[in-house]
Design a protein around this ligand. Sequence first.
Ligand SMILES: Nc1ncnc2c1ncn2[C@@H]1O[C@H](COP(=O)(O)OP(=O)(O)OP(=O)(O)O)[C@@H](O)[C@H]1O
Length: 326
Amino acid sequence: MPSSDPTIVIDRLRFTYPGIDGHPPSGSKPLIENFSLTLNAGDRCLLVGSNGAGKTTILKILGGKHMVEPHMVRVLGRSAFHDTALTVSGDLCYLGGEWRRDMAFAGFDVPIQMAVSAEKLIFGVGGVDPKRRVELINILDIDLSWKMHKVSDGQRRRVQICMGLLKAYKVLLLDEITVDLDVLARANLLKFLRRECEERGATIIYATHIFDGLEDWPSHMVYVSHGKLQISMPMDKIKEISKLSLMRTVESWLRKERDEERLRRRERKANGLPEFEERIEESRVTGDPAHSAVRVINNGWAAGRLNSTVAGEENFLFSSNRVLRQ
Ligand SMILES: Nc1ncnc2c1ncn2[C@@H]1O[C@H](COP(=O)(O)OP(=O)(O)OP(=O)(O)O)[C@@H](O)[C@H]1O
């Protein structure tokens, strides 16, 4: 029986990406601010927002990849960053950006395109219920003899998703993982995920820009803009308020946000200010490159259990910051 305690509690979350010394650059504005959300066992929450709104950041914080104060984010009553047993046990599972590029296999990062069979990869994941494994192989229609360096992107993704879902998680965080899947594979996967919530009481947060086949999937919707929670509602409430389809509803929210943003930019410009708000990083200021000749070389490196890629090649104007939890 699933416990009646909430599975996810976010309480006035505030987060700023760390600078080179592991601390937020002084004077920087938090990326995520005053963000609260509670979800229970069985909830399927769609996380939506425009590019750069903060969805991935929120999922990574929930997945224990960024450090925040322990009381701000509780997953299954624990702090994911401080309590590594949450992810090690498989109770908390995060499938997102880095996972799409490399995959965690038996505790190691191995390239997704190596000359190895799907069978070897899938059966290499230990501590798995064999019935669940067979079910996932069928749902994702995987041919176990596929060699990973000779399959299509979508086929490779199916193997990867299968591996990611093998353990019976209690909380699953999905950062758009279905981009390469064909319509059938995506529909089957969504059906499977829904059943996981209904029958096992799993909680899923799914960040996506693709609304095909999602009309009746979520139990909750969360809309985030500029790191702030705009809407958090059960799906039936959303349907009461908006008579539009899910995609059109989200489109109307984003259009309104963009129009307001454009108006703000026009006003800034009219007042002689730079059109785009300047962002403070380290002791340097970045923003509209036309207004700032400064190159950004900070990569959010923080000591301890955080690492990051280091850019700073001569021709790079902007680095793609990446702070990862090992
Ligand atoms: N490592 C980092 N260091 C500093 N800023 C970052 C870092 N990663 C992301 N950001 C900034 O945080 C903001 C939110 O990024 P995030 O990836 O969470 O957005 P998103 O909603 O997932 O966007 P998308 O829909 O494009 O995936 C962006 O403005 C981005 O520039």
